[in-house]
Ligand binder design. Structure first.
Ligand code: ATP
Length: 294
């Protein structure tokens, strides 16, 4: 039995720069894992018959069959390695679903890491990431964790400086946002990205500031293109941002395709106070910190 942390991610920078003929979007993003996490227990009993069972706690509407990305990760791992046997997965779910925090991808990555450890590290990290790509664009990043500059359709990753230690609050309220819907809304707004643009200079400024250990200069360059379309569908985004700023947030922004919002505070005490206010407002709120690569 192996227990893996499946850390959520936030995007401190997320731009869509162009669209490929096959409909996929090219992005530039800086992703960072945070200490908010699911706990994924993985058991594997080698044998001639293969079965995968998945159970969960903390949530009732997460799929427990092949629709679950963690289930599919176990299946892909067995197929790739040629192993067979009984896999049991238990997910203690803490990361809000469909919230732009990559909870599903994090669970899938945890299963790949855990299965690989249980099976004597049959696959290299590179091979695990290649397998992860077949499950979802965020999975390779979630396998490594820490900080990364992510480009292409989300499948190209370069190591990046980590965010200086910060006290972060993540909050969300109301219904989740479907990522395909959010891309569709951007397509309409930007005429299917017929005029590609480049914004890597902005993301570089964040990474240079972090290399210098400066958290605050980086805030000026935080950006999320989805903030242009998601808040009109999910008004809680702006409400949560306003509340975070009222509680003293140094920066507050939506993560991924939303609707979760993260705020960065000057101290743990300020973060906890903000969490209490947000919970009183009816939001789910979590205090966390940035985490390093696994
Ligand atoms: P992203 O930021 O990568 O778009 P997200 O955080 O918005 O991801 P997830 O929480 O990963 O979204 O889940 C999106 C959908 O995927 C859910 O609505 C759920 O039905 C499905 N799903 C499959 N497996 C999982 C899992 N292990 N955890 C959460 N959701 C899962």
């Amino acid at each position: 039995m192996r227990i893996e942390k499946a850390n959520a991610k936030i995007n401190v920078y997320l731009d869509v720069v162009s669209k490929r003929d096959n409909g996929y979007h090219n992005i530039v993003s800086i992703m960072h894992t945070v200490s908010l996490c699911d706990l994924v227990s993985i058991g594997f009993l080698p044998g001639s018959e293969t079965s995968i069972s998945l159970s969960s706690e903390g949530i009732s509407d997460m799929p427990t069959d092949a629709k679950n990305l963690a289930w599919r990760a176990a299946s892909s791992f067995l197929r790739e390695t040629g192993l067979s046997g009984r896999v049991s997965i238990h997910i203690e779910k803490n990361i809000p679903m469909a919230a732009g925090l990559a909870g599903g991808s994090a669970d899938a990555a945890a299963v790949l890491r855990g299965m690989n450890t249980l099976c004597g590290n049959l696959l290299s990290v590179e091979a695990l990431c290649a397998l992860g790509t077949t499950l979802g664009a965020d999975v390779p990043f979630c396998i490594r964790g820490g900080s990364a500059l992510v480009t292409g359709i989300g499948d190209e990753m370069a190591d990046a400086a980590c965010m200086p230690m910060s006290d972060i609050v993540i909050a969300c309220m109301g219904d989740g946002v479907s990522t395909p819907w959010a891309y569709g809304a951007l397509d309409e707004k930007y005429s299917h990205f017929s005029i590609p643009h480049s914004t890597t200079a902005q993301s570089d400024k964040i990474l240079h500031a972090w290399e210098d250990g400066d958290a605050t200069v980086a805030f000026d360059h935080f950006f999320n293109i989805f903030e242009q379309v998601v808040p009109s569908k999910q008004p809680y985004v702006e409400r949560i941002k306003r509340e975070m700023y009222a509680c003293g947030a140094l920066k507050a922004m939506m993560s991924g395709s939303g609707p979760s919002v993260f705020g960065i505070f000057s101290s743990k005490e300020a973060a906890v106070l903000a969490q209490e206010k947000l919970e009183a407002m009816g939001a789910r709120a979590f205090v966390c910190t940035p985490t390093k690569a696994y």
